[in-house]
Design a binder for this molecule. Structure first.
Ligand code: NAD
Length: 486
């Protein structure tokens, strides 16, 4: 039985909530209670903001090389403990262990990437208008930052925000999702062990997201809020943040089209689809939600998708041969069921799955079989809302022009994928898709050095690459005048 951290990490020490209250963390694979942990309220968040504010100036003034060293040290400590952390993540979130390991590895790559970027926050000098003047632009840490993160990637979503914030010289308070707070506490521990000064990173777990977030959004000392989660909550934060004019980085929902043209390499497209669709049981913001297949190849491609999805093993993520774990909670399964029921009622056909698995072994967990739906149309709920589950709805199309119009017909604009062997089409379609991130013959779009993010209602800002630092740095223009020569 794993040992879990259970207290808030504030001002460099592990503390109970001021109220003494706790909440339960549940294993989605069997419904059992893993542990009870501290349940912060607004007063605890204020305590964390006080401590972050106290630490902010010192951290911003710490030389970039030293910040970089501490980041790399924390990544090294975490990597040495990766198997245990992956186990914690799978227990709280459900994903298969191999995926938990992949998530953490990728998250730590961000810490190392930003450790390097810390050294390159260059300023600029600009030719001035007169001989007695100089124009200089420098980058400075924006100030105290807060990360509010979702449950689907409990480690990654924190690590990529944290790497950028700390590298830039910003203290950060992490408010993880109440469903998956345990990995976040572990991350706090690694950074403390690496020698991060007290107050520079704090982890505040809470089951009262809106109350805690009101304390954050109304406090003018918090300058940056980086949020990953639903578009609905993103809009709430945007409204609340306006009172203190916060800088907001928003990574929100998606409804990714995955387009397979008849001239595509179908073996490759299939491999990429299975991975994009089934990672984290379909609970990702970049999951292939609308699979558009050109009519001439639709039957053959669908047959192969059915074959692959039907052979995937469903079960506890801690078992090594399991490929599909549980969904996060009962509500998630209900949502999937309602999307599938609506599709069937409106004429779709279930070609694989379409139900919860039978049998006593999985009865207490939140499982749903990998599912393929055919005959899906743009009027069905599944064509508009994120399903966030292991369902592959197949839409047929005839022409390039038609599919681009249908793919863009969404308020979301996070990720899109398409597959073709035609070089001209590769350029044309890449440019025509109204999405922040496009996989052209590629489903593996994750890369620490790339600018990931969305357009339209999928958010504001980019995470990763050198762009990832921008949210945490202000540009200061210094106009130097009155210079004289001897
Ligand atoms: P969510 O919006 O319900 O929760 C995200 C975070 O916000 C959690 O920490 C939660 O506790 C907190 N929260 C909830 N209500 C709040 C409120 N009123 N005020 C302040 N904070 C609040 O999202 P979720 O269900 O945890 O995650 C799934 C969603 O996240 C999906 O829409 C998915 O597409 C999106 N997502 C986006 C990305 C991306 O990079 N664009 C990545 C992963 C997930």
């Amino acid at each position: 039985m794993a040992e879990y951290l259970t207290k808030l990490f504030i001002d460099g020490s592990w503390q109970d909530a001021i109220s003494g209250e706790t909440f339960a963390v549940i294993n989605p694979a069997d419904g059992s209670e893993l542990v009870r942990i501290a349940d912060a309220n607004a007063e605890d968040m204020l305590k964390a903001i006080d401590s972050a504010q106290k630490a902010q100036a010192g951290w911003a003034a710490t030389p970039a090389l030293e910040r970089s060293r501490i980041l790399r040290k924390a990544a090294e400590i975490a990597r040495a403990d990766i198997d245990r952390l992956a186990h914690v993540l799978t227990m709280e979130q459900g994903k298969p262990l191999a995926q938990a390991l992949g998530e953490i590895t990728y998250g730590l790559d961000f810490i190392e990437w930003f450790a390097e970027e810390a050294r390159r926050t260059y300023g600029t000098t600009v030719p001035s208008t007169g001989p007695d003047k100089r124009i200089v632009a420098i980058k400075q840490a924006t100030g105290v930052s807060v990360a509010i993160t979702p449950w689907n990637f409990p480690a990654l979503q924190i690590l990529r925000k944290l790497g950028a914030a700390l590298a830039a010289g910003c203290a950060m308070i992490v408010k993880p999702a109440a469903l998956t707070p345990l990995s976040a506490l572990e991350i706090g521990k690694y950074f403390a062990e690496a020698g991060l000064p007290d107050g520079v990173l704090q982890v505040v777990t809470s089951s009262r997201a809106s109350r805690v977030s009101e304390a954050i959004m109304s406090d003018s000392r918090v300058r940056v809020v980086s949020f990953t989660g639903s578009t609905e909550v993103g809009k709430v934060l945007m409204r609340e943040g306006s009172t203190t004019m916060k800088r907001l980085a928003l990574e929100l929902g998606g409804h990714a089209p995955f387009i397979v043209f008849e001239d595509a390499d179908l073996d490759h497209a299939l491999e990429q689809l299975i991975s994009v669709k089934m990672r984290n049981m379909g609970q990702t913001c970049v999951s292939a939600n609308r699979i558009f297949v050109q009519r001439s190849i639709a039957e053959e491609f669908t047959r192969r998708v059915v074959e692959r999805l039907s052979s995937m093993k469903v079960g506890f993520g801690t078992e090594s041969d399991v490929e599909v774990g549980p969904l996060i909670n009962a509500g998630a399964v209900d949502k999937v069921e309602s999307h599938v029921a609506d599709a069937i009622a409106n004429g779709a056909t279930v070609a694989a799955g379409g139900k919860r698995p039978s049998g006593a072994a999985l009865a207490n967990g939140h499982f749903y079989e990998p599912t393929v739906l055919t005959g899906v149309t743009d009027e069905m709920i599944i064509a508009r809302d994120e399903t966030f589950g292991p369902v592959a709805p197949i839409f047929e199309f005839d022409t390039e022009e038609e599919v681009i119009e249908r793919a863009n017909n969404s308020p979301f604009g996070l990720a899109a994928y398409f597959f073709t062997r035609d070089v001209n089409r590769l350029v044309r379609v890449s440019e025509a898709l109204e999405y922040g991130t496009v996989g052209a013959n590629d489903g593996s779009i994750s890369a620490v050095q790339a600018p990931f993010g969305g357009v339209k209602e999928s958010g504001i800002g980019r995470e990763g690459g050198h762009w990832g630092m921008d949210d945490y740095m202000d540009i200061k223009y210094i106009s130097l005048a009155g210079l004289t020569r001897p």
